[in-house]
Write a protein that binds this ligand. Structure first.
Ligand code: FAD
Length: 417
């Protein structure tokens, strides 16, 4: 295959995935001193844009679609963008990536930034009326339908995105919004039961209905969905279904290279892939051990992670490309994960890794009927804090950042798989 571009000095980093993590990787490569070419390949037609507003402000019509693009930085003015182009295969031993336009890009360094796509329900029934929320096109399509008068909405999946979409739909004036989930409480996996109960109450008080402890058996309707059939045969009438049942990593293009691709791209402690110092992974797709915790490799789908991983991986890659494989003088990657989630008139704000301490949750401030701040523990060690409520309690959570950063690494005995 022909090489897709000319590189003046013959040195190039190829970034696959033109979203937040790909953009941050390009910026951070420049910040780390890489002066060679950077080519970013992305299968969406847009320049990188911010996803969190897709389920909130954009869906609510409070932010225009064109407000989502990240502000370009001068340092990346010479980056080549191959948009609307998909990487279909990688040959890591040959340092080459094949694209769906028939060209091949050779590289000195490769950044994997291909993120996630929504998982879909494999149930019988029509497709029309069924939505996911990951891309700009998804949010546009869903908003067009949500704003039709009298729409009845069923959200399948009571995780972050499902809860956010349900809240936004109610805010838009949709009177029938039901969230279905096989688990007994919304967001109980990441938050544990104490906060999940508080969250359920808040959603119900604001008009969201829940069908919990049940899965979906199928969809009713001929040309488009008219109802959601639950496991026990109950049918929830629906004009719009939003499937928010998790995500699948975009890794197929890396098949055949001997890389561990089970649930994302497995990296080492420095975000390197497959024992190759010239290949790194960043963003949602990276499954990395966090030296701050138990060393178990996990993917982390929070907005903070594209920037954190890009900063670290770019330094690792630039150092390797500069000295051709000398000793790496960088500490292992040890980010403090951070997320927020805006739902109705309240916010969830998290620092650290609450999921590791969800069996030992203690109230640090407030009370679950009002604004509340809780701490998650492994033994005596605080591993995460989450605030639920207004901005004041979210700020209180932020004050725990320094304490969380000071904690020693978790022992492997504390590992949660
Ligand atoms: C609706 C929504 C709301 C969110 N809200 C919050 C929030 O409130 N708080 C929070 O902390 N986090 C939130 N997040 C999470 C956060 O936005 C993500 O963690 C972040 O967008 C991940 O960026 P990424 O670049 O790693 O992956 P992605 O954004 O998934 O980008 C990967 C890119 O690679 C492209 N790609 C895939 N395969 C190929 C290929 N073979 N060739 C070329 N290109 C390819 C994809 O099309 C995509 O453009 C939200 C996410 C979504 C979807």
């Amino acid at each position: 295959m022909p090489d897709g571009t000319q590189v003046p000095d013959g040195r190039r980093v190829v970034v696959v995935g033109a979203s937040m993590a790909g953009l941050r990787a390009a910026e951070q490569l420049r910040a780390a001193g890489w002066t060679g070419a950077v080519t970013v390949v992305g299968d969406e037609p847009h320049m990188p844009y911010n996803r969190p507003p897709l389920s909130k402000e954009v869906l609510a019509g409070k932010a225009p679609f064109d407000s989502l693009a990240f502000t370009p930085k001068a340092s990346t003015a010479d980056v080549e963008w191959r948009l609307g182009t998909k990487a279909v295969a990688a040959r890591l031993a040959e340092r080459a990536v094949d694209l769906d336009d028939g060209t091949t890009l050779s590289y000195d360094g490769l950044v994997v930034a291909t993120g996630m796509r929504p998982r879909r329900l494999r149930c019988p029934g029509p497709q029309a009326g069924r939505h996911t929320v990951r891309t700009l096109a998804d949010a546009q399509g869903l908003r067009d339908e949500l704003t039709r008068p009298g729409a009845r909405v069923v959200v399948v999946g009571a995780g972050f995105i499902g809860c956010e979409v349900a809240a936004t739909a109610v805010g838009l004036g949709v009177t029938e919004v039901t969230v279905v989930d096989p688990l007994p409480l919304p967001m109980v996996g990441p938050l544990g039961p104490l906060l999940a109960h508080a969250l359920l109450r808040r959603h119900e008080e604001r008009g969201v209905r829940f069908a919990l402890g049940t899965g979906v058996a199928g969809f009713e309707g001929d040309d488009r969905v008219t109802g959601v059939v639950l496991d026990d045969g109950t049918v929830l009438p629906a004009d719009i279904v939003v499937e928010s049942v998790g995500s699948t990593a975009n890794v197929e293009w890396l098949d055949g290279n001997g890389v561990d691709l089970a649930d994302g791209v497995r990296t080492d402690e420095w975000l390197r892939v497959g024992g190759r110092p010239e290949v790194v992974a960043v963003g949602d797709v990276a499954r990395f051990p966090n030296a701050r915790y138990d060393g178990v490799p996990r993917r982390v789908e929070h907005w903070s992670i594209p920037t954190d991983t890009a900063k670290h991986a770019a330094k690792v890659l630039a150092a390797h490309l500069a000295d051709g494989g000398g000793e790496l003088a960088l500490a292992p990657f040890a980010p403090l994960p951070t997320f927020w989630s805006d739902q109705h008139d309240f916010r969830l704000q998290s620092f650290g890794a609450p999921v590791l301490g969800r069996d030992d949750v203690r109230i640090l401030d407030g009370d679950p009927d009002g604004d509340v701040l809780v701490g998650y523990h492994v033994g005596d060690r605080l591993v995460g804090v989450v605030a639920l409520g207004g901005h004041a309690v979210a700020s209180k959570a932020a004050r725990y950042r320094a304490e969380l950063l000071k904690q020693p690494a978790l022992s492997v005995q504390g590992a949660v798989k």
